[in-house]
Design a protein around this ligand. Structure first.
Ligand code: FUB
Length: 461
């Protein structure tokens, strides 16, 4: 099925929140020009990054187009080896994974243990009408995930689970809004010992909140707990609305916590924010979400990332949202098969499951483009091949360097193949692609949708 092009209306939570949102929308540019947000093909929210075998796997929610609430039905997975070119792995887990869930595929977290990936998610339990925590499990970071229990792992009406395994091997699950809870997970990661325990929300631990919100501290939701150099960190969404990101530290995984201040101020035209923190390839990275895409806002959010350096005393510096994003780690090899859905920045296109597995890029129209950053052509490419399909009469894939209208180094012509999933391989000569370049696949042709691309690869001179 073909859908309208991306770029949809912002949502609405209520009069008060909409006012906040409108104020933010007026002061923040609506169109990002660089590599943040990470995904341009759909709205994404609630980042949960995981480093595994030299790649960063990014687990997100999916804000439906035109949402006027947190209308979320599935979770999505992306991965990158270089922090700028992200591969779309589609949706390996959705509300349908949990037969007992009725709605609200909200902020989850994935962790690796025992050779398996455990994805903890909050959803509405159909039979109780309350938010409950389910757990998906898979042998692969990109799924598919199945319901590990066939019922909630834990249920108390609160959200935003985050798992952490301490050096001792003891695992914890944290979650909560408006309270902050933890439970000691057993080593199977799908059962626990003892009951849910509340972490005291004290002003010393989580900062004092003013106003008449009825909440004692700045803690709002989205705990992200980790250990670094013997110190335990809890990075969380603070106050509402709009939220900023704050953090606390503790000598142990259950506290006592000490509030340490702001990580990311209120920015970015989404009244929520949600943190994910990792170390990867010697750098530290802070993931968050905002409303920076066209049509973006509080219910049409997008995940973004910044690189940062801890202060010498272990405190976290203030991190601001940028459109530049993180610098690239290394380069991308064009002489091995690259998925078309490995993208630094896409304009106009969307993705879908490909008939042969994985995803393909589709909804390609005249003038659309895909940027692939830092492509290491070395001494030079001689030719380009791509797996393509077209249910219409096709179009052209122009290979350009440095920009969508940059130097043209090759053009592949694609004819109709008889279907959007009827694949053939096309090739064309390439001249002038040397060194390390930002590659743009720019598409040209007549009106309507032109072609789909599953993968591409250059051949060396
Ligand atoms: O995405 C739905 C909810 O919004 C999440 O569970 C919260 O963390 C907030 O980001």
């Amino acid at each position: 099925m073909r859908f309208p092009k991306f770029g949809r209306a912002a949502g609405r939570r209520g009069v008060a929140l909409m006012s906040v949102l409108l104020c933010l929308t007026m002061v923040v540019p609506g169109v990002a020009r660089a590599d943040n947000p990470i995904v341009q093909t759909i709205y994404t929210a609630d980042p949960a990054p995981l480093v595994h075998n030299g790649r960063v796997y990014l687990y997100t929610g999916h804000d439906e187009d035109g949402s006027t609430w947190f209308t979320m039905r599935e979770w999505r997975v992306w991965s990158s080896a270089d922090m700028v070119n992200w591969t779309d792995h589609g949706s390996p887990m959705s509300l349908a994974t949990f037969s007992w869930a009725s709605a609200d595929a909200w902020a989850g977290h994935t962790i690796y243990r025992n050779g398996k990936f455990y994805w903890y998610v909050p959803v509405t339990n159909r039979s109780t009408g309350r938010m409950a925590i389910g757990v998906g499990v898979s042998e692969s970071p990109t799924g598919p995930f199945r319901d590990a229990l066939g019922r909630p792992l834990v249920e108390n009406g609160e959200i935003d689970p985050h798992a952490f395994v301490d050096d001792t091997g003891q695992a914890y699950l944290y979650w909560g809004n408006p309270n902050l809870w933890y439970v000691r997970l057993n080593s199977d990661m799908i059962s626990f010992s003892g009951g849910p325990t509340q972490i005291p929300l004290t002003a010393a631990g989580f900062g004092a909140r003013g106003g008449n919100s009825g909440r004692p501290t700045l803690y709002e939701e989205g705990p992200w707990v980790y250990k670094r150099n013997g110190l335990y960190y809890n990075v969380f969404a603070a106050e509402c609305c709009s939220e900023f990101i704050g953090y606390s530290t503790a000598p142990g995984p259950t506290g006592p916590w000490t509030y340490r201040g702001t990580v990311m101020p209120r920015q970015g035209s989404s009244f929520t924010n949600h943190a994910g923190v990792i170390d990867f390839n010697g750098g530290s990275y802070f993931f968050y979400h905002n409303g920076a895409l066209p049509g973006g806002g509080g219910f049409t959010r997008s995940v973004a990332v910044e690189k940062f350096t801890y202060n010498a005393d272990g405190t976290i510096p203030t991190i601001n949202m940028t459109t530049a994003g993180a610098p690239q780690v290394g380069t991308l090899n064009p002489y091995v098969r690259q998925e078309a859905e490995t993208i630094a920045w896409a304009t106009g296109v969307e993705t879908e499951p490909a008939s042969g597995g994985g995803m393909n890029v589709g909804w390609i129209e005249n003038g659309d483009s895909i940027k692939v950053k830092g492509v290491a052509f070395g001494a030079g490419a001689a030719s380009f091949s791509a797996r393509v399909a077209s249910a219409t009469s096709g179009g052209r894939a122009e290979l350009r360097l440095g920009g969508p209208n940059g130097t043209l180094v090759g053009t592949c012509t694609v004819s109709g193949t008889g279907g959007w999933q009827t694949w053939t391989t096309v090739s064309c000569p390439v001249n002038g692609a040397t060194g390390t370049q930002d590659l743009y696949l720019r598409f040209a042709g007549g009106g309507g949708y032109l072609l789909n691309v599953d993968w591409w690869q250059f051949q060396q001179r």
